[in-house]
Write a protein that binds this ligand. Structure first.
Ligand code: HEC
Length: 215
C-alpha cells in the first residue's frame, strides 16, 4: 500500500513535466516540421472571404428649380383647388387651371382633388374621410350625399335614392355660392365634428396637378 502510493507519486512528479514537454514538442514539430525555420509550409493557404467590388452608388442627383423632378407637382391648398375646379365648370377629365402657393401656373384634374373627399387623416390629424359619412349607401349616409365619386358629388345632397339627384352642392359652377364652400370654409363645419382650429384656413395643403407648360 505504502509502496504503491510512493511509486504513484514518483510517476506523477516526473511524469507530468515529461508529458508537458512532449505536448509542447508535439505542438511545435507538428506544425513547424523538423526544419530550421518554422516556415508555415504545412499550413493551409489563407483564403480571404471574397467581397465583390462594391458598385458605385448611383442615385440620381436631386435637382431643384423649374423643369426638375421636384417641380413636377404643384403645392396647393384645398380651397384654391376646389374653387378652381368648381369655377371651371366641374370638369371630370378636362384639366382646369389654378395658381399654386408658389405662384406657379398649374393645371390639375378631378382625380387630383378626389383625395380631399376620399382620404382620412387629411383635413386634420385623425380626421375621417368625407366618404366615411357621405357615401353610396344613401339611406345611411349623412345628408343623403355620396362624395365617393364624380357622379355622386354632382348628384348633390338630400337624395332620396341613387337615381334621384338632390340639391346642388357646387353652386351651379359658382364656388362662392356653393354649399361645399359654405360647409367647408364659411361655416367650417366639415369634416363633421372637426375640433376647433384643427383645420387650417383654406384647408389642408396637398401636392396636386402639374405646372402648365411654358408658353
Ligand atoms: C362624421 C361624419 C361626416 C364627415 C366625416 C363629413 N360630413 Fe358632411 N355632413 C355630415 C352631416 C351629419 C351633415 C348634415 C349636417 C346638417 O344637416 O347640418 C353633413 C352635411 C354636409 C354638407 C351639406 C349638405 C346639405 O345639402 O346640407 C356638405 C356639403 C358636406 N357635409 C360636405 C362634407 C365634406 C366635403 C366632407 C369632408 C371634408 C364632409 N362633409 C365630412 C357628416 C359628415
Amino acid at each position: 500500500m505504502n509502496k504503491d502510493f510512493k511509486s504513484w507519486m514518483m510517476i506523477l512528479v516526473f511524469g507530468l513535466p515529461l508529458f508537458l514537454i512532449l505536448f509542447l514538442a508535439a505542438l511545435y514539430f507538428g506544425n513547424c516540421g523538423f526544419g530550421q525555420e518554422c516556415g508555415y509550409s504545412n499550413l493551409p493557404e489563407i483564403i480571404h472571404t471574397p467581397i465583390p467590388t462594391l458598385l458605385p452608388a448611383s442615385l440620381p442627383t436631386p435637382q431643384t428649380g423649374p423643369g426638375s423632378a421636384a417641380a413636377t407637382r404643384c403645392t396647393v391648398q384645398a380651397e384654391t383647388l376646389l374653387a378652381a375646379w368648381v369655377n371651371a365648370g366641374v370638369p371630370e377629365r378636362q384639366p382646369f387651371a389654378f395658381t399654386d402657393v408658389n405662384g406657379i401656373a398649374c393645371q390639375a384634374t378631378f382625380a387630383d382633388l378626389q383625395p380631399l373627399f376620399a382620404e382620412g387623416n387629411l383635413w386634420y390629424t385623425g380626421a375621417v374621410a368625407c366618404t366615411t359619412c357621405h357615401n353610396s349607401t344613401l339611406s345611411a349616409a349623412a345628408a343623403g350625399m355620396d362624395l365617393s365619386d364624380y357622379t355622386g358629388i354632382l348628384a348633390g345632397s338630400r337624395r332620396a335614392s341613387l337615381e334621384a339627384s338632390g340639391n346642388d352642392i357646387l353652386g351651379g359652377g359658382d364656388w362662392a355660392a356653393s354649399k361645399l364652400n359654405e360647409q367647408l370654409f364659411v361655416l367650417e363645419k366639415m369634416p363633421f365634428g372637426r375640433p376647433q382650429g384643427a383645420v387650417p384656413a383654406g384647408g389642408p395643403t396637398l401636392l396636386a396637378g402639374e405646372p402648365l407648360p411654358e408658353p
